[in-house]
Design a protein around this ligand. Structure first.
Ligand code: GLU
Ligand code: MG
Length: 646
């Protein structure tokens, strides 16, 4: 989840003292990169996925499953056996926030040909096998977004008691610091978020009221005034970064051919984020309770909310601080391409000095006096309202022309739905965008389906010059709806009606639009996910039908076509309700569990049954037609057999 520097982390007080230094040099580093590569074009399409995993251990005798705190050792073994011995190794492994987590990506990015879509699932399967092979007996690698009993007594192996009083990182009543990855970045982030905020983070998730759930549902935390004040009735209360960043997701990064294309894709995909998030919903349970939300997003957002009371608008502003309307982990606040400009209707807090510096005319002899356009300047000046959260003593003074750590420091702790990524200094990597809202699915098949769906969507957006833009405030409203229970079937989302009339999006290097009129209210309408994905006569053509017509015009080998069609079928059926989302399936599993008392409580035994079942599904030891469709795999295998015998 970001830049990993080595060294001695500074305390919050020390980090704060260097905040202006980090920002000043971060901007210089950005300018060096920008000027070196702003005119680069003809980079080829490359893309890659990131899957985050949890390590679990089953105690079959006592019917209990725990998160294993061995991520660091497992990672070390995987890197040693993989990338360190073989530069062409097919997988790469990275640490993640939880000591029970690891992150896997393909060894090399995928390229632009259609047949690459047929290698994603194999690569994901390879990752699962590779990591599973280094685990101990009764342990497994799971792709679940949120562990249902995260933060419940004894949820880790080995077990640790949370330590809320002594000078720990989280000071959580529930989440022990031992469950945080041992790399100092992660505990320092945790501690400094808490120090900057001035109190522990507060997460309140509405509880799902079942027929025997106490009403009102009120938890007591004897002797803890902070929790008593922070926790809300009818909500599940959580108090640590681990409840958010300890969740897993599925991300995709694209390399665009130029900065203009990257800015265009960033904007277009931003509107798709809430839709795909609702379609991928997979996290209904928190701290041993059934919640009333299906997605992790708001939980992570609150779990890293480092804003002070003043910044959150709870106290009058002192000094020259800002009010800041969102957490560092949240949806994007401004479009980046010029055709997005008229839809930028969210109040944008920016660092005015940085904005002015970025806009300055280029003056001869001073190449770093920028000349950056308004939209990119305000984007960067908005990211840079944040303080650095971690700083290493050895990494304060850097070579701004050849390093980018200070820029990355701020950039990589702005965890937004989309990330616009300038190339690293002196590399042959191009301008990239990252798509970040998706929840991770149980199987490699589903994860491949979501990834391929999003990548194909970028292909049609670029080929047909589609335009999905609507006012950004409407995208934010969609984000709220998308997280609710069953949003995929119940939610109504603002979506652009005529997506084909864009066409003006890529006119010049900055994606200059035709002279614009004010957006008319009729440009968008409220639609269901089914309408957006599958289309509705006279209302909207549907994304899947558009992808299908694109595919008809492409040269694709039989086997790849078969895989892609299976992937799109999954997305289509999830959108129509013919198949369940992971969240819905998990809810039904618990609701039908013989031990469940309809009181919203998930016991250790129920958690054990659920995670065992998830593990069987992921390893293809049982079918799950309500989630994946009827014997989907047989269709694919018979397809590929015919393909090879021809
Ligand atoms: N695990 C985080 C999530 O679920 C993302 C961390 C990262 O940026 O890699 O969104
Ligand atoms: Mg990650």
């Amino acid at each position: 989840m970001g830049l990993l520097s080595q060294g001695s982390p500074l305390s919050w007080e020390e980090t704060k003292r260097h905040a202006d230094h980090v920002r000043r040099h971060g901007i210089l580093q950005f300018l060096h990169i920008y000027h070196a590569v702003k005119d680069r074009h003809k980079d080829v399409l490359k893309w890659g996925d990131e899957v985050e995993y949890m390590l679990v251990s089953f105690d079959h005798e006592n019917k209990k499953v725990q998160l294993v705190l061995s991520g660091e050792e497992v990672l070390e073994t995987l890197q040693e056996k993989g990338e360190r011995t073989n530069p062409n190794h097919p997988t790469l492994w990275r640490p993640e926030y939880g000591s029970y987590m690891i992150e896997g990506t393909p060894g090399q990015p995928y390229g632009g040909t259609m047949s690459e879509f047929n290698t994603v699932e194999d690569n994901m399967r390879k990752r699962r096998e590779e990591a599973t092979s280094v685990l101990k007996k009764n342990q497994a690698l799971c792709t679940i977004t949120s562990f249902p009993r995260l933060g419940c007594p004894g949820f880790t192996l080995p077990e640790f008691k949370p330590n809320p009083v002594e000078g720990g990182a989280s000071k959580s009543l529930f989440f022990p610091d031992e469950a945080i990855n041992k790399h100092p970045r992660f505990s320092t982030l945790t501690r400094n978020i808490r120090h900057r905020r001035g109190e522990k983070v507060v997460i309140n998730v509405p509880i799902f009221k079942d027929k025997n759930t106490p009403s009102p549902f009120i938890e007591t935390f004897p002797g803890d005034d902070e929790a008593a004040k922070a926790s809300k009735p009818d909500h599940i209360y959580m108090d640590a970064m681990g409840f958010g960043m300890g969740n897993c997701c599925l991300q995709v990064t694209f390399q665009a051919c130029s900065i203009a294309e990257a800015r265009y894709l960033y904007d277009q995909l931003a509107t798709i984020c809430p839709i795909v998030m609702a379609l991928s919903a997979a996290s209904p349970f928190y701290r041993g309770y059934v919640s009333d939300i299906d997605c992790r997003w708001g939980v992570i957002s609150a779990s890293v909310d480092d804003r002070t009371r003043e910044e959150r608008g709870l106290e009058p502003l002192k000094n020259n601080n800002y009010r800041i309307s969102k957490s560092r982990y949240d949806s994007i606040d401004s479009y980046l391409s010029e055709c997005g400009e008229k839809y930028n209707d969210i109040d944008l807090t920016i660092d005015k000095e940085i904005y002015k510096q970025l806009l300055q005319e280029v003056s001869p002899g001073c190449p770093l006096s920028a000349g950056i356009d308004h939209l990119l300047a305000q984007h960067v000046a908005h990211l840079f309202i944040r303080d650095p959260l971690t700083l290493f003593a050895e990494k304060i003074h850097l070579d701004d022309a050849n390093e980018s750590d200070h820029f990355e420091n701020i950039q990589s702790t702005n965890w937004q739905t989309m990330r616009f990524k300038p190339p690293p200094p002196n590399s042959d990597i191009g301008w990239r965008v990252e798509f970040r809202p998706m929840e991770v699915q149980l199987t490699d098949f589903e994860n491949s389906a979501y990834v391929v769906f999003v990548v194909l969507l970028t292909r049609v957006i670029l080929s047909y010059k589609l335009d999905f833009l609507i006012p950004l405030s409407k995208v934010d409203e969609n984000m709220k709806v998308a997280q609710k229970r069953d949003a995929v079937l119940q939610g109504m989302f603002y979506f652009r009606k005529d997506i084909c009339k864009g066409g003006n999006a890529m006119v010049d290097g900055r994606g200059k639009a035709q002279p614009s009129t004010e957006p008319a209210a009729e440009e968008y309408a409220l639609m269901s996910i089914d309408t957006i994905i599958n289309g509705k006569e006279g209302v909207f053509p549907g994304l899947i039908p558009i992808l299908n017509s694109y595919l008809e015009n492409m040269e694709v080998d039989v086997d790849t076509r078969c895989s892609i069609l299976n992937y799109l079928k999954l997305i289509k059926k999830r959108a129509s309700g013919e198949l369940m989302t992971v969240a819905r399936w998990m809810r039904e599993f618990i609701a039908n569990h013989p031990d469940y008392k309809h009181d919203s409580v998930i016991t250790d035994q129920m958690n054990y049954s659920l995670i065992s079942k998830c593990n069987q599904i992921a390893n293809e030891l049982c079918e799950c037609p309500e989630l994946l469709g009827p014997a989907f795999r047989k269709v694919k295998y018979s397809g590929s057999k015919t393909g090879s015998s021809n």
